[in-house]
Design a protein around this ligand. Structure first.
Ligand SMILES: NC(=O)c1ccc[n+]([C@@H]2O[C@H](COP(=O)([O-])OP(=O)(O)OC[C@H]3O[C@@H](n4cnc5c(N)ncnc54)[C@H](OP(=O)(O)O)[C@@H]3O)[C@@H](O)[C@H]2O)c1
Length: 379
């Protein structure tokens, strides 16, 4: 018998900000981009107020405008600057205590973080340990050293490490990975692994890619996360207490960067993937939240050359992300750039004409390309 799956009759309440994020407002280089990251620009006066406005006095109109602006500013403040007292509490099992007061490993809430031996992924692991989560770190090199460093910093923390090359992992390797952690209460999946997996020069025109370069960019930045997420959904659903979380680490590069077509487009896919999943979870009452994170420039192991002045350090950025996820999920966002300077950059780009945007993004990428070339020459 074919079982018909219907959307839940009473879908979860969708917040106003979600309502305003029309599916047609896909965030590209226009001012609507800001609506997904910085809700202030997307203000629409309710129809009744629009009709009533002409009959209101000048002072009343100004009063309404001021209240509306104040309300939006307050929303921006809470989204970007307010840190909840207990971040990520929705994804945390309380965990029963052993007689010596320690938590039972099997009852701790765990997070699986891909690409976490260094960079922002390592920062996520540090922050989650500081909040009492267990962490499973996964990379193709250096996991042992990373595990030691984490346990040195958090001697009572729960850490497991997995060595896996996400570039070459097949769906059956991923299945084995998921089986190997099925004894743990994983409630958070952070699809963080990503880079430009090509021989020198990684910054090149798309016509100069070879087929392996195309495959590698897709698989490391998007394909691996897609397969892993698909296999993790039943586990995250089972462990939700009360909810589980999937974070897909995309990039501001999704707007389309010259010399980085493979990377930029794979990151764009992650945003659409996250939106589709988040909608499925809401419509079918699956207790999993899903959000794409779009970082701008962040200093990390993999991003050392030509970094924009003032870019945050990896650990600092990871903390900012995880302390602001709750607010973004609460507002029903699908995509979020939690660092206010990155969000402001996206907003400003959305206001500029395309020829200026093209010139500015080329400047940023060219600075990285030249700095890397300089380093390559000096080797
Ligand atoms: N940094 C930025 O400015 C920035 C901006 C936008 C988006 N992002 C995104 O944020 C995420 C983290 O960036 P990041 O700058 O922190 O990266 P990173 O410093 O290069 O660190 C990447 C991590 O991934 C691991 N890794 C790389 N290739 C791997 C593979 N084939 N298999 C398994 N693990 C692998 C690395 O470990 P190994 O030692 O094993 O190589 C390392 O632990 C990425 O998805 C990136 O695209 C970063």
């Amino acid at each position: 018998m074919i079982k018909e799956v219907r959307p839940a009759t009473s879908p979860q309440k969708v917040s106003n900000s979600t309502f305003f994020l029309s599916p047609l407002r896909i965030p590209y280089l226009d001012s609507t981009h800001f609506s997904t990251t910085f809700p202030s620009s997307n203000y629409e006066l309710p129809t009744m107020i629009q009709f009533a406005l002409p009959s209101l006095s000048f002072a009343t109109r100004w009063g309404i405008a001021l209240v509306a602006v104040g309300y939006r500013l307050q929303q921006i403040y809470t989204l970007y600057f307010r840190v909840p007292a207990s971040p990520l509490q929705n994804y945390k099992r309380n965990g029963s205590l052993k007689s010596n007061g320690e938590k039972n490993e099997s009852s701790v809430a765990w997070a699986l973080i891909t690409g976490s031996s260094a960079g922002i992924g390592f920062g996520y692991a540090q922050y989650l340990l500081s909040r009492g989560f267990g962490v499973i770190i996964l990379s193709h090199e250096g996991v042992q050293e990373a595990e030691e460093a984490l346990l040195k910093e958090y001697p009572n923390g729960h850490v497991r490490s997995i060595t896996m090359d996400c570039l070459t992992a097949s769906p059956s390797d991923i299945e084995n990975l998921v089986k190997s952690i099925s004894d743990l209460n994983v409630t958070i999946l952070i699809n963080n692994v990503g880079s430009i997996p090509m021989d020198y020069p990684p910054f090149r025109l798309f016509r100069d890619y070879d087929s392996q370069g195309i495959e590698n960019n897709w698989h490391l930045n998007a394909g691996f996360a897609t397969h892993l997420t698909q296999q993790m959904i039943p586990i995250l659903e089972k462990n939700a207490q009360p909810r589980s979380l999937i974070l897909n680490i995309a990039s501001q590069a999704h707007i389309g960067l010259p010399y980085l077509t493979g990377y930029s487009s794979a990151k764009g896919y992650l945003i659409s993937f996250s939106a589709s999943l988040a909608r499925e979870f809401r419509l079918f009452n699956t207790p999993i939240d899903c959000l794409a994170i779009t970082p701008g420039d962040v200093h990390s192991q993999g991003n050392r050359y030509g970094v924009t002045p003032g870019a945050p350090q990896a650990g600092e950025y990871a903390k900012i992300v995880l302390e602001r996820v709750d607010g973004a999920v609460e507002r029903g966002l699908f995509e979020f750039s939690p660092y206010w300077k990155h969000a402001l950059q996206s907003f400003m780009l959305g206001l500029l004409p395309e020829r200026v945007v093209a010139r500015e993004v080329l400047k940023v990428v060219a600075a990285k390309k030249d700095a890397l070339a300089e380093e390559h020459r000096s080797r």
